[in-house]
Design a protein around this ligand. Structure first.
Ligand SMILES: Nc1ncnc2c1ncn2[C@@H]1O[C@H](COP(=O)(O)OP(=O)(O)OP(=O)(O)O)[C@@H](O)[C@H]1O
Ligand SMILES: [Mg+2]
Length: 341
């Protein structure tokens, strides 16, 4: 069975268009213009149980809106979704017991209480047996390295400690599908790594399906074999993470270590410089000509070592987002007029 299934899932937001000046304000009071913004546009995909899927997209691409639709926090404008066979926005008790949503920007814990007390509320809410609760709390807090932080008031915890408590709380009822919206946002590099190592181990051990968004490519590379890329609400790409570069990066990198010094102007005939350190230079070359350019290097220069590489994910994603910005012709879509203002 699919853990998550979305078919033509669409969500439109309607916002009043502000008109300039006093006269504009008077006019819009009597004849309000609305602008429709399709945050998620006919998105279709399927996730099987046990997968980890990364959701990528520039700011405003629709990632959070999609997660809110899949967790039933928003109704769709059109289309359908099923999570574990349930329609999310029906918010049935059985559905809510089997999913969890962690949002990096919003806390589910009570700030004035220690996390341990919030966990007890969770236990009551989800009717978790005492034995299950204690076992999960103890093993999760050990895995996340926060066993000694559970009795401190949440408002006194560091961001990283609080985030780990948020994740622990979300997993106490052992959901089968876990949605995470920027779970490592603002965390230091060590805390980020702890969280992503934890998620990888948790997925491996429990088979929990995970769908997450992150602007940190290290998270995506560590956790996701598969990514879905949203571009202004549309699904732009759904597939293997490594294939993303093949589809969207026009260039490849040739890393070459020279046995001797070389003349820069001759090297620039092979490709542009991506970076260099000591006698190692990384050149950008057109994707289709990478092998040919590497061969030219070998024949014309004193080469000690050469390798052809994909550009870093960060650069691939940056190119996709930049292209999306260049193509954005932000016309009001289906603008409507409402006289009932
Ligand atoms: N409640 C709302 N009312 C009106 N517009 C909204 C609402 N929620 C989201 N939007 C708009 O929908 C679009 C998608 O927003 P969303 O929060 O899903 O983006 P995102 O991909 O999560 O971005 P980010 O990376 O910045 O978190 C944005 O243009 C946003 O302004
Ligand atoms: Mg978001």
């Amino acid at each position: 069975m699919s853990a998550i299934e979305a078919v033509d899932l669409t969500r439109t937001f309607r916002a009043p268009v502000k008109q300039e000046g006093l006269w504009g304000a008077v006019r819009s009071f009597f004849c309000r213009q609305y602008r429709e913004h399709r945050a998620v546009q006919a998105v279709t995909f399927r996730v099987t149980e046990g997968e980890i899927v990364g959701l990528l997209g520039a700011n405003g691409a629709g990632k959070t809106t999609l997660l809110k639709l899949l967790t039933g926090l928003l109704y769709p404008t059109a289309g359908m979704a099923h999570v574990l066979g349930y329609v999310p926005w029906e918010r049935s008790d059985a559905f809510r017991r089997q999913i969890a949503l962690v949002m990096g920007q919003r806390s589910q814990l009570w700030w004035d209480l220690p996390a341990a007390d919030s966990f007890l509320l969770h236990r009551a809410m989800y009717r978790i047996s005492k034995a299950d609760f204690q076992r999960r709390r103890d093993s999760l807090s050990a895995m996340l390295g926060i066993a000694d932080k559970l009795h401190i008031q949440v408002r006194r915890l560091s961001l990283g400690e609080r985030m780990k408590c948020e994740i622990l709380a979300a997993l106490l009822h052992a959901p089968r599908v876990l949605f995470l919206d920027e779970p490592t946002l603002g965390l230091d590099v060590v805390a980020q790594q702890t969280v992503r190592d934890f998620l990888a181990a948790y997925n491996r051990e429990t088979g929990t399906t995970i769908m997450l968004t992150s602007h940190y490519m290290a998270d995506i590379e560590r956790l996701c074999q598969r990514v879905i890329v949203l571009d202004r609400g549309y699904l732009l790409y759904d597939g293997d993470l490594r294939e993303l570069a093949r589809c969207y990066a026009a260039e490849k990198l040739v890393r070459v270590e020279f046995a001797d010094t070389v003349r820069l102007e001759e090297l620039l005939r092979i490709g542009s410089i991506h970076s260099s350190y000591d006698r190692t230079v990384v050149l950008r070359v057109p994707r289709g000509e990478a092998a040919d350019r590497a061969a030219q290097l070998l024949s014309r220069f004193p080469v000690a070592d050469v390798a052809i590489e994909e550009p870093p994910l960060e650069e691939v994603v940056c190119a996709i987002f930049r292209r999306s910005l260049l193509n954005s012709d932000e016309q009001p879509i289906g603008g409507t007029t409402d006289h009932t203002a």
